[in-house]
Design a protein around this ligand. Structure first.
Ligand SMILES: [Zn+2]
Length: 436
């Protein structure tokens, strides 16, 4: 019943569309635009086409446009650009541009101005319409902590240096290692150079294959912040890895050469505990030191080292600090590295697939010196490892040599702990910020 009524009502619904009267002349779109152009209708009032208004008696033609006394603009230096070229593009005359470039060069190296640096430029009124406008003022920031201003004074252009106060703070970046330590740390906001330093630092403390995806990386980089809130991330200061909240490695940039040290490096704690050198490779011992039947030669002879089974290409680490005495082909040893640790102590590493050091290089404990292979007299991928004392091989397993440690300085250790504490407990507000 209700449906019937609605249908009935709809049938009698009136048409509200206006009745159209035929125009006097048929106007196509072009003709309509022509009319609109005559009507001096501004865009803001609904003019829809981009045409200039046609001149009519209401339009006054001027002989010349009045000169603006000043133009303010901002310009950016580009990739493979030069300061004079950028200035001339912005309308600065070649004379002024050359002068500005020379003045800036006296304050900062021109090549150090990063592409993308913005310049604010003020150009004054010209005396002759044919001349370029004279430069009145120019300002930019060549560095985070320095502003340069050039302005025209009575005697000509004058350069002023404006140091910008910079607060040195730190930026801490933490996260799960995931499938790629490098990518995870980058994604968390650590700058690329800091991540590379981080990987190098961690590598000497924890072998990469021992780092699990569920471990957390932890790094602190220096961070320069200016009053305006702008900041710049700098050098890596701290490198750490933790598992289940427990630190596995904590290294500070500590050495005079900017190298990374752990507390154990300073106290010799790691060495004292084991009494042994670090392991040269992640692998298990398959053959000991002493007389044995040689697997290839077939007769009994002295085995002058120990063999570790390890997969081809595994990194081989220096067992302690030393100097590379030999790195190259060495007969049955194949690709071989011999390290001199001073005090008549040496170590040898044989059958490498690839060498990672050259003679004369200084290496640190845990540094990669080569990769496991099967070169020389070898039946399969393994590391042949030797220890020398006074030029003679000795059983590496019997050697209980503590790394010759410079005398432990308690003040150094206290300073190390204080620095670690300061970096890791910095206020959270100084620990967040964009990394560039
Ligand atoms: Zn061997």
């Amino acid at each position: 019943m209700l449906v019937g009524l609605l249908v009935f009502a709809a049938m009698f619904w009136p048409r509200f569309a206006p009745l159209e009267a035929a125009p006097l002349i048929a106007l196509d779109e072009t003709a309509q635009n022509e009319f609109r152009a005559q009507s001096l209708q501004p865009f803001s009032a609904g003019s829809t086409q981009g045409r200039h208004f046609a001149a009519s008696e209401v339009v006054l033609r001027l002989a010349a446009a009045p000169e603006r006394p000043q133009i303010q603009l901002s310009a950016t230096i580009g990739e493979n650009d030069s300061l004079p070229r950028m200035l001339q593009r912005a309308g600065v005359g070649s004379g002024d541009a050359g002068q500005v470039a020379a003045m800036v060069a006296s304050a900062v190296p021109l090549s150090g101005i990063v592409p993308g640096t913005r310049f604010s430029i003020t150009l004054g009124a010209r005396s002759n319409a044919a001349d370029p406008r004279p430069l009145t003022a120019l300002g930019f920031r060549p560095r985070l902590d320095l502003g340069l201003v050039i302005d025209r004074q009575a005697g000509g252009l004058v350069l002023t240096r404006k140091p910008i106060a910079v607060e040195m703070t730190s930026l801490r970046v933490q996260g799960l290692v995931g499938s790629s330590l490098y990518r995870s740390a980058r994604a968390a906001g650590a700058p690329p150079s800091a991540v590379q330093d981080y990987l190098r630092a961690i590598d000497q403390a924890v072998p990469f294959e021992d780092i699990a995806p569920t471990d957390t990386f932890d790094l602190v980089v220096s961070y320069k912040r200016v009053a305006g809130g702008d900041g710049e991330a700098g050098d890596l200061l701290y490198a750490g890895v933790a598992r289940g909240g427990q630190p596995r490695a904590q290294l500070l940039r500590w050495g005079p050469d900017g190298s990374f040290r752990s507390l154990a490096d300073l106290t010799g704690a790691g060495q004292a505990e084991s009494g042994l050198f670090g392991a040269p490779v992640a692998g298990h011992l398959t053959s000991g030191y002493g007389m044995r039947r040689h697997p290839i030669l077939g007769y009994v002879r002295m085995h002058s080292g120990v063999d570790y089974a390890a997969s081809w290409g595994s990194p081989i680490y220096a067992v302690t600090d030393g100097r590379v005495q030999f790195a190259g082909w060495h007969g049955g040893h194949g690709n071989y590295v011999r390290l001199d640790h001073g005090g008549g102590i040496g170590t040898g590493y044989g059958h490498m697939s690839r060498l990672a050091v050259t003679p004369g290089m200084m290496v640190r404990r845990g540094q990669i010196i080569g990769y496991v292979g099967s070169t020389g007299l070898s039946t399969g991928a393994h590391l042949h490892y030797e220890v020398y004392r006074g030029g003679q091989t000795v059983d590496p397993m019997s050697v209980r040599m503590v790394q010759r440690q410079q005398t432990i300085d308690p003040r150094q250790i206290a300073a190390f702990k204080a620095r670690l504490q300061a970096l890791l407990t910095a206020r959270p507000s100084t620990l967040v910020g964009p990394a560039r």
